[in-house]
Design a protein around this ligand. Structure first.
Ligand SMILES: NC(=O)c1ccc[n+]([C@@H]2O[C@H](COP(=O)([O-])OP(=O)(O)OC[C@H]3O[C@@H](n4cnc5c(N)ncnc54)[C@H](O)[C@@H]3O)[C@@H](O)[C@H]2O)c1
Length: 340
């Protein structure tokens, strides 16, 4: 099969990785890159033999492309996603699908109306441990899910890129809430609390940590703790884990030993072995699996495994956590009917 032409809009932390992984994929040709930073766009374009298109909306509608990966900051996904959908491209939108429920619903509605595949970029659905947990649960190996517990707490140094531009529920929350929906179904009610102070003292107008209790429509309950206030030197990029307890068993994704230690003069150093590790000069890990799936969506041989509906519901839940913590009351989640 002829390689499918794809593009990437937004070439920062995630977009540069998407660009590299797409350029390395034998079934894809990275034809277009776009960023508001001209120098960066031209440099990556030269490196991968891709055309640099300065205007993101022009890139989204570029006639050569079958697929577009949108990796701009969280509040900038809507306009480019809609432009790409209107132009009939397969679209990957990095998480969160959008920064408001209304914007996410707009993306979902246009994608559905035009029959365009939209992949919500929730990388953990492609991480082998989290996917193995989903397989075991779906196969009935632990029986009906009774309770879940998830946590993902990043580092104060996350703000070196984010600089207070988004919230914990929209940044880390959507990852965990999407997994919880995958494992235990739709959520009926959330009740959240939050703490602040560490990041405000550093000049960022964001909270530090959220904890929430969730009630699922199928009867399970669970908790989630998310945040980004751990010291920059915390090993393992912070804390992350998942426990799913069923009537006949349990599945756990634990952080545990990576089986590799790297110590330099500055102490322990993290090495990525799960998300985008480089092996023999090429990016692999969960990102490469996700990129491989997106290439299949772009060439028409697969349908998104994590849909615009999933992305919308993760945003709805994340913002419900914010609303609940702000108001100090439980928040009911609107029933949205069967996924399109
Ligand atoms: N899946 C994951 O594990 C993961 C990890 C980190 C970030 N993300 C998500 O990826 C997205 C990008 O985050 P990031 O960390 O790469 O941010 P970043 O700030 O490193 O990169 C954003 C890039 O977009 C460019 N940009 C800004 N406005 C633009 C516009 N209007 N048009 C085109 N380009 C524009 C910036 O110049 C920058 O190069 C966010 O939605 C974020 O939440 C996902």
């Amino acid at each position: 099969m002829k390689p499918v032409s794809v593009g990437v809009i937004g070439l920062g932390f995630m977009g540069s990785r998407w660009a590299r992984a797409l350029a390395e994929h034998p079934g894809a040709r990275l034809a277009v890159v776009s960023d508001v930073r001209d120098e960066l766009g031209r440099e990556l374009g030269d490196r991968y033999g891709a055309r640099y298109v300065a205007d993101p909306l022009e890139a989204a509608a570029d006639g050569e492309l079958a697929g577009i990966a949108i990796c701009t900051p969280e509040h900038l996904h809507l306009e480019t996603a809609l432009a790409a959908i209107e132009a009939g491209k397969a679209v990957m939108v990095e998480k969160p699908l959008a920064h408001t429920v209304e914007a996410a619903e707009q993306i979902r509605a246009r994608a559905q109306a035009l029959g365009v595949p939209v992949l919500a970029g929730h990388i953990l659905r492609f991480e082998p441990r989290y996917a193995a947990a989903a397989r075991a649960i779906a196969a009935g190996e632990i029986g009906a899910v009774q309770a879940v517990r998830s946590e993902r707490i990043g580092l104060v140094s996350d703000q070196e890129i984010l600089r207070g531009r988004t919230s914990i529920p929209l940044y880390y929350g959507v990852h965990e809430l999407d997994l919880l929906r995958w494992y235990a179904g739709d959520v009926e009610r959330v009740c959240a609390e939050r703490s602040e102070g560490v990041l405000r003292a550093r000049g960022y107008d964001v909270e530090d940590l959220y904890s929430a209790v969730l009630r699922f429509r199928d009867g399970a309950h669970g908790t989630v703790m998310i945040g980004w206030s751990l010291p920059a030197a915390t090993p393992g990029y912070g804390i992350a884990g998942m426990t799913v307890i069923g009537e006949r068993g349990v599945v756990r994704v634990t952080q545990g030993e990576l089986g590799i230690q790297h110590v330099g003069e500055g102490g322990l150093r993290d090495l990525d072995v799960h998300y985008a590790p480089e092996v023999h000069g090429r990016l692999w890990g969960a990102l490469a699996i996700e990129v491989n799936h997106f290439v299949a969506c772009a060439n028409g041989s697969a349908k998104p495994l994590c849909t615009a509906h999933d992305g919308t519901e993760a945003v709805r839940l994340g913002l419900a956590l914010e609303e609940s913590a702000q108001a100090g009351v439980p928040v009911s989640i609107a029933k949205t009917g069967p996924p399109p």
